[in-house]
Design a protein around this ligand. Sequence first.
Ligand code: ARG
Length: 463
Amino acid sequence: MTKKPWQGRFKEETSRILEEFSQSVSFDRELYPQDIRGSIAHARMLGKQGIITEEDSKLIIEGLEGILEELDGGSMPWKSVLEDVHMNIETLLTERIGEAGGRLHTARSRNDQVALDLKLYIRDTCDAILERIERMLHCLLERAQEQTDTVMPGYTHLQRAQPVLLSHHLMAYFEMMRRDHGRFLSLKNSLNDSPLGAGALAGTPHPIDRAMTARELGFSGITRNSMDTVSDRDFAAQFLFDAALCQIHLSRLAEEIVLWASAEFSFVTLPDGFATGSSMMPQKKNPDSAELVRGKTGRAIGNLTSLLVVLKGLPLTYNRDLQEDKEPVFDSVRTLTGSLEVMTGLIGDIQFEAGKMKAAADGGFTTATDLADYIVEKGVPFRKAHEITGKFVALCLAKGCGLTDLGIDEMREECDAIGEDVFNILKVGSSVGRRDIPGGTAGNQVQIAMEEARDWLAKINSD
Ligand code: ARG
């Protein structure tokens, strides 16, 4: 039986049932790089402040560096009896360097240690996610730049509404993900106060230098209240929200791909690399990649909910419930990074079927609004123009034709202001071109939007 470091006051062993139930090393081992980085900073500060000898400080730091190297190499005898990543590393250190290892935890508690580790982990992870979002943004922009002539129906209520450029549609996702980028960046930049030094909850009587460890760990300052520090997981909740929302954006794009890949739409052909077959139906080519991204959004939302519920009833300060903060975070990281990679691959290789999109835009009366606007320009009030156009649509439905198939006389019967120039108005291409205001779908506006996006991407890459 391994004796636990905190068992001084205990007479009996921990029940195996509780041991298994309460251990976290099976998952919090993921925090080892941050845990060791934090411990090295702490040990250096303890030495400098004379709280432990410089010799012990050096021994500890070298010992930890050795353990880090081994862990990076993939070998570590993690022991669940030692509960968590913190105790495992400290115990291993003491086995290696002897008594000095037992001095590392001076002026520190696992409560400020774990708050530090998770904050560092989230800061590191924001970088990895930002990089993947940037790759996705580049991919969306590239595909949009290829599609400046492709007209498709824009939808409201999933009913054909007005013609738009495919590039405009793709750039809508660019904007969503640009906001995600902003959220992760601002979260990362807000993680600038170090929790280390809060101790178990009340601070420590040892003359530590919190600013020194903060600096070494890349924080610009320190947290202001020790009790808040050990119980605060706002940053984890914020991370989970940002991850859930980004995942929701991917899920919406995934849903469109699923629809577009159906025979009913046929707007895209899936790349073989990101599609799967059916084990039973030989003709099938399924959009499983997009479906899984959509499906995994349930996890990302669940992870956020899970942490919020853990937090809602907690009295100050640290409570063991807080150990439940980590798995949702790790799971959202895996889910989101995987989904970003899959969607980038899928969008990068997907084939857009411009002919099918154009045909769909030509049908479904997508230029009916243009016709109403045309009648307005002839001096008719919009409400009246709307009604006249509605009548034309009803007439077409009865005849089984489109607006362009109506004769000029038929139209003039309802509204004599209509002239021959109406036929140009009814073309999808001219409809798109007339939406020539900033943010609109006209080709030159989308061009401006794409140029701005390209400059912005170049700027964030160079920052
Ligand atoms: N494994 C614990 C967690 O993740 C570390 C902190 C334990 N602190 C304590 N007082 N038991 O929250």
